[in-house]
Design a protein around this ligand. Structure first.
Ligand SMILES: Cc1cc2nc3c(=O)[nH]c(=O)nc-3n(C[C@H](O)[C@H](O)[C@H](O)COP(=O)(O)OP(=O)(O)OC[C@H]3O[C@@H](n4cnc5c(N)ncnc54)[C@H](O)[C@@H]3O)c2cc1C
Ligand code: SF4
Length: 488
């Protein structure tokens, strides 16, 4: 373990942020990571618990006490080896994971969990700096061909694992670059895209063939899902050409708000707004970018996606940014005995909120109003929750000014036509139906077709996508070879 008395001697150290006035001028990352001394102190705080709740709280089951100890001992290279054994992309999670491991940490009982995410961030950045992250091409090829459809974190993790197991893997992506929501959802100020590009180079060196701009199946007419495909392949062609197909196409169908006035100009899904800014940051010429400059922006939806719209709008120079949440304001502090070691219900304030945002809770939008076909405001009402039902508060109606409305109310499901194209059965929520049980896990009802990530579990987190990609890779490997040495 770290230092036996470390948890009593040292306090938790948080990563810093560059000042707001400076960081809102650009789209670069602004988190100030721990220096070596600070990381060592964080590692020293770990108690190496008999039951390390951090490890089961982490969806990829990172071996957290071990890398905490190694960082304390300044054995960074072995700390990287431990981290790399469970997580293909710690530089993604070390930046944008909400860190359920820290909520589960035993020291969180006192509100002072080990800074696990900041240690992960420090280890992997150091590993890249020192050239320890290298391609690991398979020594023996199996001759089996696997298609992975969708290049988000689930598809990337699966493709990498399958290539390392010796299969010929082709990763298909309808957009022009690899990364899924990491590339075109999550803004650069949370995670710069060099981190994806470096992994793409590593995967190519490991033998993964990357085919961007290729749509597998079809989107429905008028779909607003991002699509920069130049080519289409039918599900039948794919099934003929490959020994196994893994669907990792995400849950891209945005939840809509079909109230009067929805068709006014100036009302967009978050996923129409955010991808274009990421394209501009990448140096692409973008026609008709949705901009927030000088506008009164209302973001409907209180989650991560909404918060990313807030941060991007402030960087555009919005006149005001307001974020709506239907649910009441959560408590500042969780009820620890009730929730620990699970994910607690509490108010979360992101770095984007700190940059300037009015947050309105328990508010519902009844109607969009406009002039000359353009949105000018929203009619709202306050709501309360009684016996589990939402009721409107009489007399609380208001009209608020808005020139740009961003709908960030989450994602309903994968795009149905993609799953239908493969004749894959859906569950009650419209996701690809497949269990995660070890034997036959991730397999759909269709022979040799598997599904993982948001496409299987519904809208979730990057770390869950990585877990599912890794586990599905093992399931596919086992299906092809009769056994698998890939870690689960
Ligand atoms: C704005 C935003 C911010 C978020 N912030 C965070 C965060 O801070 N932390 C966190 O942990 N999670 C966050 N999430 C959630 C996280 O990004 C997702 O849970 C995760 O990316 C899901 O990974 P995935 O690989 O399953 O799917 P995705 O990342 O959605 O990738 C699916 C890919 O498949 C492609 N595809 C789909 N269908 C086809 C087809 N038929 N043919 C070819 N290609 C296809 C898509 O173009 C896409 O590139 C955020 C999500 C959004 C929208
Ligand atoms: S729960 Fe916290 S203190 Fe215990 S082993 Fe995990 S990181 Fe260390």
């Amino acid at each position: 373990m770290g230092k036996i008395t470390g948890f009593m001697e040292y306090e938790r150290i948080e990563e810093g942020y560059k000042p707001v006035p400076e960081r809102v001028k650009h789209y670069k990352e602004f988190v100030i990571g721990l220096d070596d001394g600070q990381a060592k102190v964080q590692g020293a705080r770990c108690m190496d618990c008999g039951t390390p709740f951090c490890n089961s709280g982490c969806p990829v089951n990172n071996v957290i006490p071990d890398f905490n100890d190694l960082v304390y001992r300044a054995d960074w290279q072995n700390a990287f080896a431990v981290l790399d054994s469970t997580n293909n992309f710690p530089e993604f999670t070390g930046r944008i994971c909400p860190a359920p491991c820290e909520e589960a940490c035993v020291l969180n009982v006192n509100d002072e969990p080990v800074g696990i995410k900041s240690i992960e961030h420090a280890i992997i950045d150091r590993a890249w700096e020192h050239g320890w992250v290298r391609p690991r091409a398979a020594k023996i090829k199996t001759g089996k061909k696997v298609a992975v459809v969708g290049s988000g974190p689930a598809g990337m993790a699966a493709a990498q694992q399958l290539a390392r197991a010796g299969h010929d893997v082709t990763l298909f992506e309808k957009n022009d670059r690899v990364g899924g929501l990491l590339r075109y959802g999550i803004p650069d100020f949370k995670m710069e895209k060099i981190h994806i590009d470096r992994r793409v180079d590593q995967m190519k060196a490991e033998g993964v063939q990357i085919r961007t701009g290729v749509m597998v199946g079809r989107l429905p007419e008028g779909s607003k899902v991002t699509n920069w495909a130049k080519e289409t392949i039918s599900p039948e062609e794919l099934q003929e050409q490959f020994d196994a197909v893994l669907l990792t196409g995400g849950a891209e169908q945005s939840r809509d708000l079909p109230v009067p006035g929805r068709d006014l100009a100036g009302i967009h899904f978050a996923m129409e707004f955010l991808p274009l800014q990421n394209k501009v940051n990448a140096g692409d010429k973008v026609k008709g970018q949705i901009r927030a400059d000088g506008k009164h922006v209302i973001v409907i939806g209180g989650g991560d996606t909404g918060s990313d719209c807030v941060g991007t709008s402030n960087r555009h120079g919005a006149a005001s940014v307001t974020q709506f949440e239907l649910m009441p304001q959560p408590p500042e502090h969780e009820n620890k005995p009730l929730t620990w070691p699970y994910w607690p219900y509490k108010l979360r304030t992101s770095s984007s909120h700190e940059e300037g945002c009015e947050r309105e809770f328990a508010i519902s939008t009844k109607e969009f109003v406009g002039e000359k076909g353009k949105v000018t405001g929203l009619k709202t009402v306050r709501v309360e929750w009684k016996d589990g039902k939402m009721v409107e508060v009489p007399g609380s109606e208001q009209t608020l000014k808005a020139d740009l409305v961003l709908l960030a109310m989450g994602f309903v499901s994968p795009v149905a036509s993609i799953l239908d194209g493969f004749r894959v059965e859906k569950d009650a929520r419209g996701n690809a139906k497949a269990t995660t049980e070890f034997s036959g896990g991730y397999a759909t009802n269709v022979s040799k077709v598997f599904a993982a990530g948001d496409m299987r579990r519904g809208q979730s987190l990057v770390v869950w996508a990585i877990r599912e990609g890794r586990q599905a890779a093992r399931a596919v490997d086992e299906f092809l070879m009769g056994f698998s040495d890939l870690p689960r």
